[in-house]
Write a protein that binds this ligand. Structure first.
Ligand SMILES: [Zn+2]
Length: 118
């Protein structure tokens, strides 16, 4: 799918949308680090327009890839199960109380914070 080149003025507006934070995890990101995610993936018929752009950190953008927001939510919700099933050091840390799991429903940053008007 051909992507349009996003002019820098528009990139700044996308960056400012959630006050310099990733729209998904809420991590502060620099303008340079920001990746522009398509909330509804192009591969799934999403538009290549400003309304569909979300500022994202590299990790969220990579993991979301061509997932819809709801599929991304499901995948994030499965992370503890995956870590428990596959990662010795994670289980050791859990057993020793070094980490605690959060099994609350996944709520993305953009769902808690209203976008900033430009
Ligand atoms: Zn993120």
């Amino acid at each position: 799918m051909e992507r349009r080149k996003i002019p820098s003025k528009e990139r700044y507006q996308i960056y400012a949308k959630y006050n310099g934070r990733c729209a998904y995890c809420g991590q502060p990101i620099t303008y340079k680090e920001m990746q522009v995610d398509h909330r509804e993936p192009l591969a799934k018929g999403g538009a290549d327009t400003e309304e569909n752009y979300m500022p994202a950190c590299r990790m969220c953008n990579h993991y979301k890839h061509t997932l819809t927001v709801e599929d991304f939510r499901k995948q994030i919700g499965l992370l503890c199960d995956r870590l428990r099933a596959r990662t010795y050091i994670y289980n050791l840390a859990l057993r020793h109380g070094r980490i605690t799991e959060n099994c609350d429903p996944v709520i993305f940053y953009f769902e808690k914070e209203a976008p900033r008007d430009n």
